[in-house]
Every structure is written in structure tokens, then in C-alpha cells.
Write a protein that binds this ligand. Structure first.
Ligand code: ACM
Ligand code: ZN
Length: 781
């Protein structure tokens, strides 16, 4: 494996370049010539700082870091200089006229000079840590340079849901360390959920005794209806909470607690059923999702309870903000609850949305009276925003935009860029909530929407990575989901917009991985995934399977799972490899042509990192790779790879409906024409489809095949060519994945029309709307 020398030292011929491997990239960096070496004992001196108290001078965690990682154990503090003792690290005081986060580092002449304001000094140490080579021993060697640095956004957050799964104090502290390393300044601690109440409240002991436990937990993905039979419990005592808040504070991190209301609260309702509209009984939830039982908004005792809870929470958390949730609160119970309806009447509220707004505003008023401000998820916009609320925009950016336009502060956490519970690879082999959020997409995020004017843009305080833990049962999985993506998001939040540079981040990524390795932190290697695409060929005869890596320096290991058969023709650029030989160092694109029905697998080896195998099964038939045209374009949301998707030889595997493999037609028919190139005998045509009525997807009501002999034909002739029509009985065929039509025909062209089901009947999800038709493949034998 390649070793990373110093801080990214690169020797090219006789020229020596040095680059800094600091993430997030500092605002200003000037490289000097050569290197400085700092040997122990290392002298620290603080000049011009009021805080002479050495416990609080910021050097403690840095010294611990040097001890733990580099065997540097001898330090000398204070004005050693004047006693003729060595001094290598100088703090030369704050910098006037700059923000509290500002710092400067100068490395020159075997000395390190640091200037920094109150928080900047801490960030200077975090930067310094990353300037030291991962492999340094007994001495520090750093490229000479000058750094001036400050953050772009004031709110740089990471969230952790401990409701779905509980994580021990030791891991929460580690998580805070991760935040500190990447210069985040806010830990959003999601402490209460339907599946568990995790914070001790002395006045209401049942919240943790009852609400802290669920009887069992769902196995596999949501909807599996399978459960373990293990009682699952966990909560943080107030002593532990204080310890964590202090630990975070020592690392410049504010902890914002989230106490969810009015929804996601069944653990509280199970503990104290008087809090609900129906008065229970309720149980702590054992599966995920959104539940109808929420706090009763009509009952004053709900507010007394929440105020008492919040009193204790405010005692524990000194943060300016308290997050009160506000998301995903169904209004079902409120609609039929006499007390809630009475509240709507007495308060002259328009509807249940206004009742939610009343709920949030009432809590806001209470917290404001105690000198605190609320943050809520973007649903708090519905029915009217509470006067001083900050909005966390998660269902896209629209909520954030609307709030900023109303002069409210905003924190951006849109699912498409910031939900670190989404899959980061298309080859994910563990259960996740789904979605696809690769590293590049996180890195590309711009938190200030272009539509906002300058004054509104100032309301965007920053952004946050969200970590919902339905499918993260242990710390290793959390680490796998957040790394390396949180190292991309930190650069979005810290570095100047014009400094953000994917190519440079990519250059630093191997060093980020080296540091994670050294700290034994689990992380995803999805960045190294191969990209596989199925392409049409120039002569419409077979398909190409194109395998690409991000760099042409990669080795690609080929596995032939199918023992190449003699009738299987493989052409590729370069020689046909033997099984399990490295065929790598390809120039891009590496293109391989496969003309058989078989299994192929590739894995990428890059600088010592082996990525998961990607495999593809091709189901070849007479239509595969042939020219195909569509009379109706598929819907923009499900375009696949265009018409070719229907003849690409790739059929849905393992029964998992991957939407990218389907063409979706909304309210329209699929009307395809396939050119088989020559007159061909046809025995059977199979349409691969999806029947998933819960998602508004229906089987076609009819499939019509027209067999066209050759050459030109008129519309009139088309009517008279041989046809086969199959009507589909939606009840009998329920859940069908294929529709087959037997035939005895000879033709050159086949026209296949699958009639859309039409309007969704009443009593079904989406009733009254046009149905979706999903087609994956047209197979001709
Ligand atoms: C959320 O993801 N429900 C805020
Ligand atoms: Zn009620």
C-alpha cells in the first residue's frame, strides 16, 4: 500500500511539492519553502492571552492527541523561553477585528505561531492535527506555510437519532470528537421518538421506565412484519447528559436537544396516556413510520407536562435553541377529539393545521419567556409560523426558502443532500432506508438557494447532516453511514464557496481514509464503486456493458462466474482475461462487449482498497439490443435509459423493483416498435411489468401485439397485420411480474402496445388519479 508521507508530500522528479491535506480546506493557504521539524520536548507559550489557566488554554486536547498518536509525551508550558528552555509552539494572541472563529497559523523556521480568537484557537489545533502526517513518529514535520481561516456558515450541524436506536455515552462522545475534527459546531441530539424516550426527566420517571423500552424491534426493512423478541431499552441519565454537554462544550460544540412534539411521541403517550386524545392504552412502537397517536392539543395538561419537561431540559442544555420537532404530525386524532375541536372553536382556529401552529406557538412563547428560541422541522410553516421560530428545511429546500422569505432564520437539511441515512452506493448490501446520496452529491450542496435575495440569504444560518437510525443498530453502522460523507459536508459549511473544489477534495480523500483507518473508524468505500452502464451497440446486435472507474490508475479484478461457454462471444479492448486475474490499469472508458446469457462480476482494487463486487446477469433473447422506438415518451421521473431500457437484457433481479430499470408511464400507454433486423420466428412474447397498487402502479389492462412482415407499410395495412390481444384480469393477475403471449408468427417488426390501467378506482391509494404503468423489459423468443 502506498504510504502518505508528511502532509501530502509529492515527489515528481527532483521537484518537491507539498500540499496540505486539511479538511475542511482553510479559507486562505500560502505554501512556503521546505519543512519545519518540531521535536520533543515541545514548549508551548501563550502570549497576550487573558486565560493563563493552563487547563483552559486549548492545548490540553492537542497534547493528548500528540501523546496518543505520535508518542510525543514531553511538553513544557509557560514562558519557558526566557529560562532558556525550548519553545516551539507560540500563541501570539487574539486577532482584532476578526470573528470569534478566526485563526492564523504560520509554520516557519521549525516553529509554529498561532493567533486565534476565542474559538479560533481551538480550530487552529484541529487544523494543526491534520497538518501532521498520519505516519509521524516522535517528531512533527510540517510544510512551511501560512494559513488564515474562518468559517463560511455560523451553523454547522450533525444530528443523531438515539430514539430508534440507543447509543452508549462512550459513542456519543466519539461522535462529538468526529464533529470537532471536521469543525462542526452543533450536535443536534434527537432524544425522543415513537420507539423510545431517551432522556431522564425527574418529574416524570415513567418516561424512561416505560417509554425507554420497547418489547421488540422490526427485522429488515419497514413493512417486513417480522420482529425479534428482544426487549430494547436505553436512556441517558441527567448526570450523563451533563457530562456529554460539558464534553461537547470543551470541543466548541453546542448540543441542541430535540424534544419532539406534537407527533413522534407514542413513547411519551405509553408512559402517560393522559397526554393522548384517546387516553390509550398506547405502546412504545416496535416498527418505524408515522403514527396517528400524538399529543392532545386540546388538553391543558399536555402543555403543563411539556413545560415541566422543558424546564428540566433547559437546566441541562445551555443552548440558545431548543428543537421541538413539529414534523410528521397526522391530524387524525385531533379531528375526532372533543377537546381538540373545542380548542379550535375557542381559539377561532381555521383547522387542524392551525391547531398545530397554536401548539408550536404556545410552546415557543413559553421557551421565549425563558430566554430560549425554538427550531422546528419545516412542517411548522403549515398553519402559520411561530413568531421567532427557526426552520429546519428537510422536505427539500422549499420550506427553508419560504421561511427565509418571511425573514425567519433557516437551517438547511434537504433529504437529497443532507440525509446521511440514505444509501451512498447502488451496491449497498446492508439495509438502509433507501434513496441514493453519493459523496459527490453531498459535496455539491449549496445551502443558499439562488432564489433568495441578499437579505433573505443572510437568514440561512447553515446546514446539517441528519442521521436517522432506524437501520443503524450499532456504532459501526453509524460510522459507515456518516463517513466519508460528513467530511464532504463540512467543507460545504466551512470553506469559502469559491474554494470548494471536488478535484482537490478527491486528492485529499485517501488521506482522510488513512486517518480513519488509523483511528479504527468504520467508513464506506462507495467512492471507489465502479460505474456500470448497459449500452446499445452500433449495429443493434447485443449490448455493451461498460465498466468505468473514476481514475485510469485503477486495477479491475474480473470474476467470471459463469465459466465462459464456447457459444459465448466476448470481445473487449485488450485480451480476454482468465478468471480472477487483474486486468487493470485501463484507460477510460473500459468497454466490454458481451453476447451471451451469463453472469459477470467486476471488483475494483485501488491503492489497497478493495470495493464490493458488482455483478450483472444478462437475459438475452431475440429482442435484446435491437432498435426500439416509442410512440409515447415515459414520464420524466422514470425515464430509465430511454426506450433501450426495454431491450437491454437486464431484467429485475431478486424481485427487488429498482426504479431505474423501469420506464414509468403516467396515465399513458406504452407503445413500442422493435426492429428485429430480419424476418424472425416468434413463439412467445413476455412483458416484464410491476404491480404495486400502494404506489399507484397498476398492470396494463390489455397487451396488443402486431406482427409486421417487413419494409414500408401504411397505417391502413398496420390495422390488417396479424395481431394478438391479451386482456388482463387485475384480480387474477394480482402481483404478476410478467405477462406472456404465446404466438406462432414470423415477422421483422413487432409493435407492442400495453394499455394503461386508467383511473385508480375508489378505495385505493391515489383513487381518482391516473395509474402508473411500469415496464422493464420486452422479451421475444
Ligand atoms: C424528518 O426527517 N422527519 C424530519
Ligand atoms: Zn385531543
Amino acid at each position: 500500500m502506498r504510504k502518505y508521507f508528511l502532509a501530502g508530500l509529492l515527489f515528481i522528479g527532483n521537484v518537491c511539492f507539498s500540499q496540505l491535506n486539511i479538511t475542511p480546506m482553510p479559507a486562505e493557504v500560502k505554501m512556503g519553502k521546505g519543512f519545519s521539524t518540531i521535536k520533543q520536548p515541545i514548549g508551548f507559550i501563550l502570549v497576550d492571552y487573558d486565560e493563563s489557566d493552563s487547563d483552559n488554554d486549548g492545548t490540553g486536547p492537542f497534547k493528548n492527541y500528540l501523546k496518543k498518536n505520535f508518542g510525543l509525551t514531553k511538553f513544557v508550558d509557560g514562558d519557558t523561553h526566557s529560562y532558556g528552555l525550548p519553545t516551539e509552539i507560540f500563541f501570539t494572541g487574539p486577532v482584532k477585528g476578526k470573528g470569534k472563529d478566526y485563526y492564523e497559523i504560520e509554520v516557519t523556521g521549525n516553529k509554529i505561531y498561532i493567533k486565534g480568537n476565542s474559538l479560533g484557537k481551538f480550530y487552529a489545533f484541529e487544523t494543526l492535527k491534520q497538518m501532521i502526517s498520519v505516519n509521524a513518529k516522535k517528531q512533527i514535520v510540517i510544510p512551511n506555510c501560512t494559513i488564515k481561516d474562518w468559517p463560511r456558515f455560523q451553523y454547522r450541524g450533525m444530528h443523531l437519532d438515539v430514539g430508534r436506536h440507543y447509543f452508549p455515552v462512550s459513542f456519543v462522545k466519539k461522535y462529538i470528537d468526529y464533529l470537532a475534527t471536521y469543525k462542526y459546531n452543533t450536535f443536534h441530539w434527537h432524544l425522543t421518538e415513537d420507539q423510545g424516550w431517551r432522556i431522564e426527566i425527574k418529574k416524570y420517571p415513567l418516561l424512561t421506565q416505560v417509554g425507554g423500552c420497547r418489547d421488540r424491534t422490526l427485522i429488515g426493512r419497514y413493512g417486513s412484519k417480522k420482529y425479534d423478541s428482544i426487549k430494547y431499552c436505553g436512556f441517558y441519565t441527567q448526570k450523563e447528559v451533563k457530562e456529554i454537554v460539558k464534553y461537547a462544550d470543551e470541543r466548541n460544540i453546542t448540543v441542541i436537544p430535540e424534544i419532539e412534539m406534537p407527533g413522534h411521541s407514542t413513547a411519551a403517550l405509553a408512559s402517560y396516556p393522559f397526554l393522548g386524545c384517546t387516553k390509550g392504552p398506547y405502546k412504545v412502537m416496535d416498527t418505524w413510520g408515522v403514527l396517528d397517536d400524538v399529543y392532545c392539543a386540546g388538553n391543558d395538561s399536555t402543555f403543563t407536562f411539556l413545560q415541566n419537561v422543558l424546564d428540566e431540559v433547559m437546566q441541562l442544555f445551555p443552548s440558545k435553541y431548543i428543537h421541538i420537532g413539529g414534523d410528521e404530525c397526522p391530524k387524525e386524532r385531533w379531528k375526532t377529539c372533543p377537546q381538540c375541536q373545542l380548542r379550535i372553536k375557542n381559539e377561532k382556529l381555521k383547522d387542524e393545521h392551525a391547531l398545530q401552529s397554536y401548539f408550536i406557538s404556545r410552546i415557543e412563547k413559553y421557551l421565549n419567556s425563558k430566554g430560549r428560541n425554538i427550531i422546528g422541522w419545516d412542517e411548522i410553516l403549515e398553519g402559520g409560523l411561530a413568531p421567532n421560530a427557526t426552520v429546519m428545511s428537510w422536505r427539500g429546500e422549499e420550506g427553508g426558502i419560504a421561511a427565509a422569505q418571511q425573514n425567519h432564520d433557516v437551517i438547511m437539511t434537504p433529504g437529497t443532500y443532507c440525509y446521511l441515512d440514505h444509501s451512498q452506493t447502488k451496491n449497498e448490501d446492508s439495509v438502509t432506508i433507501g434513496g441514493y446520496l453519493p459523496l459527490e452529491t453531498v459535496y455539491s450542496y449549496e445551502p443558499v438557494p439562488a432564489i433568495l435575495n441578499a437579505a433573505q440569504a443572510k437568514h440561512v444560518l447553515g446546514a446539517q447532516g441528519n442521521v436517522w437510525t432506524e437501520y443503524m443498530k450499532n456504532p459501526a453502522k453509524v460510522e459507515y453511514m456518516i463517513f466519508p460523507r460528513m467530511t464532504a459536508l463540512c467543507e460545504v459549511l466551512w470553506s469559502p464557496k469559491e474554494k470548494r473544489n471536488w478535484a482537490d477534495y478527491e486528492r485529499r480523500l485517501p488521506v482522510i481514509f488513512e486517518r480513519l483507518n488509523k483511528e479504527k473508524i468504520n467508513y464506506s468505500k462507495a467512492y471507489y464503486d465502479l460505474k456500470a452502464t448497459v449500452l446499445t451497440t452500433e449495429d443493434f446486435n447485443g449490448v455493451y456493458w461498460k465498466i468505468e472507474s473514476k481514475s485510469n490508475k485503477d486495477s479491475i479484478l474480473f470474476h467470471d462466474y459463469a465459466n465462459l461457454k464456447s457459444d459465448c462471444l466476448i470481445k473487449q479492448f485488450g485480451k480476454i482475461p482468465d478468471s480472477n486475474t487483474i486486468i487493470g490499469f485501463y484507460a477510460l472508458p473500459y468497454t466490454k462487449r458481451i453476447l451471451c446469457t451469463d453472469n459477470y462480476g467486476y471488483t475494483l482494487i485501488k491503492r489497497g482498497i478493495e470495493t464490493p463486487l458488482i455483478m450483472q446477469t444478462f437475459s438475452f433473447n431475440k429482442a435484446t439490443g435491437k432498435k426500439i422506438t416509442l410512440a409515447n415518451e415515459p414520464n420524466k421521473s422514470y425515464p430509465g435509459d430511454g426506450a433501450f431500457t426495454l431491450v437491454n437484457g437486464v431484467q429485475n433481479e431478486k424481485g427487488l423493483a429498482k426504479s431505474s430499470e423501469f420506464l414509468g408511464f403516467l396515465g399513458k400507454d406504452m407503445d413500442a416498435m422493435i426492429d428485429l433486423k430480419t424476418e424472425t420466428n416468434i413463439n412467445k412474447i413476455t412483458l416484464h411489468v410491476l404491480d404495486q397498487n400502494g404506489s399507484w402502479i397498476y398492470l396494463p389492462s390489455q397487451v396488443e401485439i402486431t406482427y409486421i412482415p417487413d419494409a414500408d407499410y401504411t397505417a391502413d395495412q398496420l390495422k390488417n397485420f396479424p395481431k394478438e390481444i391479451k386482456t388482463i384480469d387485475p384480480i387474477k393477475e394480482k402481483g404478476a411480474k410478467t405477462i406472456t403471449i404465446e404466438s406462432k408468427q414470423k415477422c421483422r417488426y413487432i409493435k407492442v402496445v400495453a394499455k394503461n390501467f386508467g383511473t385508480i378506482p375508489s378505495g385505493n391509494p391515489g383513487a381518482g388519479n391516473p395509474a402508473w404503468l411500469f415496464v422493464d423489459e420486452i422479451e421475444v423468443e
